[in-house]
Design a protein around this ligand. Structure first.
Ligand code: CUA
Length: 159
């Protein structure tokens, strides 16, 4: 029988407790809080994406009642999101497709689980169901230059 030092037993026990705690934390965030990872939907050319459908006309497309797709371009100099305003009825599910024409940006919609990195050359995709009436501002969440703080817009959820 090998002898395990008392302190070593404590460390082994602590490791098991931490594994259980982290697994529980990940499970709660994934299943209870609905945190989802944005998926890289497509590879695109950032130089021509603003002229390429559907990003040549950024904005909302209705797929069926209450189901939408939103195509959004992030841009530096001038620092903006196109479009800067999206309007839907309460209960609508919007799938966001966001890409950058230049540098790395972020896309975060406050009070939702939508928060993703926006890279030139890639379309990032994430869906959200807006089940509360109100305004949900979105903003760039990654520093992208001197006009970073000017990159914002809002989702208006109407009754
Ligand atoms: Cu775009 Cu910060």
């Amino acid at each position: 029988m090998i002898h395990v030092h008392t302190y070593e037993k404590w460390w082994i026990a602590l490791t098991i407790v931490m594994l259980v705690a982290f697994t529980a934390a990940i499970s709660v965030s994934a299943f209870a809080n609905g945190i989802q990872l944005p998926s890289p939907e497509a590879r695109v050319d950032p130089k021509t994406i603003a002229q390429t459908p559907p990003f040549d006309k950024p904005g909302l497309r209705e797929l069926s009642p209450g189901k939408y797709e939103a195509y959004i371009l992030a841009q530096a100099s001038p620092w903006k999101f196109y479009p800067a305003e999206i309007r839907v009825k309460v209960g609508s599910t919007v799938t966001f497709y966001v890409t950058s024409v230049d540098v790395q940006h972020g896309f975060k919609i406050f009070d939702t689980n939508v928060n993703m990195q926006i890279l030139p050359g890639q379309v990032s995709k994430l869906a959200h169901t807006f089940d509360k009436v109100g305004e949900f501002p979105y903003a760039c969440a990654e520093y992208c230059g001197v006009g970073h703080q000017n990159m914002f817009g809002k989702v208006i959820v109407e009754p």
